[in-house]
Design a protein around this ligand. Sequence first.
Ligand code: PRP
Ligand code: URA
Length: 206
Amino acid sequence: MADHPLITHKLTVMRDQRTPSPVFRQLTEELVTLLAYEATRNVRVTPVEIQTPVTSTIGVRIGDPRPLVVPILRAGLGMLDGMVKLLPSAEVGFLGMARNEETLEPTTYAERLPEDLSDRECFVLDPMLATGGSLGAAMDFLFRRGAKDVTAICLLAAPEGVAAIEKQVEGRDVTLVLGALDERLNEKGYIVPGLGDAGDRLYGTV
Ligand code: PRP
Ligand code: URA
């Protein structure tokens, strides 16, 4: 869990129900940039030799093979720009998922991912980890295509969702990077205290 006053401050504004969509969107992008810094701490790099104006030296380059960023639509889309600003060499895949608000089960309505992920570092973006159903289904897609190394970035998580993911991915190389770990889920499967419905707050009720 990223623990930093900048993150807590931005999350506090996002949690406030009076915060309008444009500010909520802006803060989502800013927050993902801060969390991405932590999430990419061990990103794969290739040594490269370069010439400075003074001498030759060895540096590193990210992007061989290109990392894959996968936002879970809709709400994860709000995190994409912030992530690719920090990781411009990344390729982007898409998963569209909607949680049935009665059963809390996710259904997948869109999928566009590379066929073979066996050599790719994957970064999944979803602001909310509630029951873990959506993120768990996204991880299944990635593992079925051979992914070995998956990092998920979520702005808020419930302990129930974290436990569900830990159980599902036991023995796999999975990292969860969280802006905050909240108290619990309520009877409707919403994170408490949470911030409400992230997709609706980003894009409106459709
Ligand atoms: C929200 C959120 C996650 C999911 C979390 O999406 O963005 O994807 O719910 O809940 P879970 O952990 O219980 O699966 P939603 O299904 O509301 O779709 P949206 O992004 O289009 O609003
Ligand atoms: N999805 C959201 O957008 N918010 C929650 O609190 C739970 C699921």
